[in-house]
Unconditional design. Sequence first.
Lengths: 253, 268
Amino acid sequence: MTPTDTTALVRLEGIEIAFDRRIVLRDVHCAVHPREILTLIGPNGAGKTTLVRVMLGLLRPRRGRVRRASGLRVGYVPQRLHIEPTLPLTVRDFLALGQRASRAACERALAEVGVGHLIASPVQHISGGEMQRVSLARALLREPDLLVLDEPGQGVDVVGQRELYRLIADLRNRRGCAVILVSHDLHLVMSATDRVICLNGHVCCAGEPHAVSNDPEYRRLFGPLADEVALYAHHHDHRHDVDGRIIEPERDG
Amino acid sequence: MIDAWSEPFILRALAAGIAVALVAAPLGCFVVWRRMAYFGDTLSHSALLGVALGVVLSLNPMLGVLIAAMLCGLLLLVLQRFGEFASDTILGILAHSTLATGVVVLSFFEQVRVDLFVYLFGDILAVAGGDLLWIALGAVVVLGALAALWRPLLATTVSPDLAQVEGVPVLAVRVAFILLLAVVVAVAMQIVGILLITALLIIPPATARRLAGSPVQMAVIAAGSAALSIVCGLAASLGWDTPAGPSMVVTAALLFVVTLLGSAAYAR
């Protein structure tokens, strides 16, 4: 798939999902295009994760169609992974489960997401934030056309989340893959995304971040919070690594 | 006593026991990792229904058990996917209703003189040449299939969602695993008996956990400790005239305690 390809990677048409008789998603249309960062936002229970599971093919919709570009390679970073303490698995073993990969390739992928030092650690000994980066490395090893991250900021503080979104934007620029993010955190995603879909059982509104944040539907959904968020502009003058330690600025020469 | 070990029936028992240990332990690792101990228990309980089936249709009991365990496993899979009850409730219902039905059906066949104790706790010393052949065949099939399935099964165990997105046919892998478990139940019944099969699946992997640094290591160490339990259990049975199957399980449990205490002491 070339970056100039203008057809959608994944296109959803009239999706309806119900658990028992409760309808969770109704008549959802949306598409993911090459190289774009698309963020799904919405309150708890809005069906964000459900929609992602439909896109991934993990959930079959009751109505509607899911069209995927042929040969689409997807990298998936789940919200959280629980790995049994009885399973002796190192980060290296974990990476190799998704894709047969040499040790050097694993080291490169881990370094790309900033956790190269973890390669020999048992997966049960690393933090939630580190596990998310390790899962991201596993997804990258597959050379994905589309990267799907479900609530990537969970269990990470605000600064750590900013770092993560910056990393995701870097990955998109470097690798040219499309990205789908799920988030319920408004201000963090606004700066790191090309397009936002605001979800609450159906698509409330969609478009560029600024257009969405001024949309009356969006304001009704998030209430006064929407204004608070619009005012929030935090300027951070240094960077942190995964554990929150300050990264020394890189010097030239 | 000293030349007991050269008796053909002892050698057959030893060979059958070791063959079963070598397949049950690696498969048991997945049972532990997937938290399926109760699932294994349910499959083994259904074995008595299989014995009854064998008697009614005059089949080899091992074949009857294989059929019953496979059907029970597939039924469980369907009920867990579509049922409204919690998994352990379904397992409990199936485990005990199959066991009870087995006992009731067998009670109609008094002339067959079914010795329940033998089925419940095993009779490794009665392994005949034909049995040994079937056990060896079952062991080879299971080990070969497990080797082929290893990566997708491990990926599914770690995260079924992730595995499916990465192209693993998760449902097919799960079905294959259940069928392999059914084969192990069928070949292990004569060695340790219906009530103790799960012990052979669970205890050696638990023993191996503290000593292993990777999934493969854990499977290999578990197989070794299971084989050791078979040999020691058989020796105890010959020396002190104790029932062989339970003696093997007691040995396995002792090995577990030893590694537990050993690693606790090492950690200090």
